[in-house]
Design a protein around this ligand. Structure first.
Ligand code: 13P
Length: 252
């Protein structure tokens, strides 16, 4: 089984227009200059610069998307952005269920699943995030929590081409702490087993499962070399083109 690797950058709430355009240009020029694009690249800038970044990204082969979307297509939902609007801008995908949204906006598995479904209906690819808190890990509930999140957040019509899972332990995000490679592989293999139970073996075997949480150039090769790790969802290190690219180089 050879799944294509995906190197994804979540810029979170960072980047004013000029910086965002410069960062996107740097990433795209590197990716488009590759003769053999053996891996995929995705960036998720803030909504405010998405239009400008979509213009930069245009024909580079880099995939761009939002960090969240509404479950609705349009209407009286002040402040929300619909998946149809993202598609209209030129986005190819969207991240849903990030732990920061689950925590800051009380997003439940049900809501995340509805967002993923709405995004799929709009023709977007979806990265669905899951991950345990430190307390949950310390009491030995990691697999139980992550398994329930996968079962509760992944739509029944998910396919390997359109849906990606990102395992991001909450305690590893932005902290510099990273689980051991054994811990990461254990959770990824378990996620694949849960996906097989709910979607069937074929889809589960082909679906990309990313690791996220303090991925850096110095630890990327080890993490991305694990059998069930099909790429990375990178926060802080995706804001520096050299670091983001150095991580990508580990899968070339
Ligand atoms: P860091 O890479 O900054 O730890 O963030 C990971 C993340 O949350 C990506 O979605």
């Amino acid at each position: 089984m050879t799944r294509r690797k995906l190197i994804a950058g979540n810029w979170k709430m960072n980047g004013l227009k000029a910086d965002a355009v410069a960062l996107a240009e740097a990433v795209c020029s590197k990716y488009s200059s590759l003769e053999n694009k053996t891996f995929d690249m995705f960036i998720a800038p803030p909504f405010t610069v998405l239009d400008a970044v979509c213009d930069v990204v245009a024909d580079s082969g880099v995939w761009v998307g939002g960090q969240d979307c509404s479950v609705f297509e349009k209407g009286a939902h002040t402040g929300d952005v619909s998946p149809v609007m993202l598609k209209d801008l030129g986005c190819g995908g969207v991240i849903v269920g990030h732990s920061e949204r689950r925590a800051d906006h009380f997003e439940t598995n049900e809501l995340v699943k509805d967002k993923a479904s709405a995004a799929l209906s709009a023709g977007l690819g979806v990265i669905i995030c899951v991950g345990e808190t430190l307390e949950e890990r310390e009491v030995g509930k990691t697999l139980e929590v992550v398994g329930a999140q996968v079962k509760g957040s992944v739509p029944e019509n998910a396919t390997a081409g359109k849906v990606v899972i990102a395992y991001e332990p909450v305690w590893a995000i932005g902290t510099g702490k990273v689980p051991t490679t054994e811990e990461v592989e254990e959770v990824h293999a378990y996620i694949r087993q849960v996906l097989a139970d709910v979607l069937g073996t074929d889809i589960a075997e082909n679906m990309q499962i990313l690791y996220g949480g303090s991925v850096k150039p110095s630890n990327a090769a080890e993490l991305l070399g694990l059998p069930d790790v099909d790429g990375a969802l990178i926060g802080g290190a995706s804001l520096k083109a050299e670091d983001f690219w150095a991580i990508a180089e580990t899968v070339m």
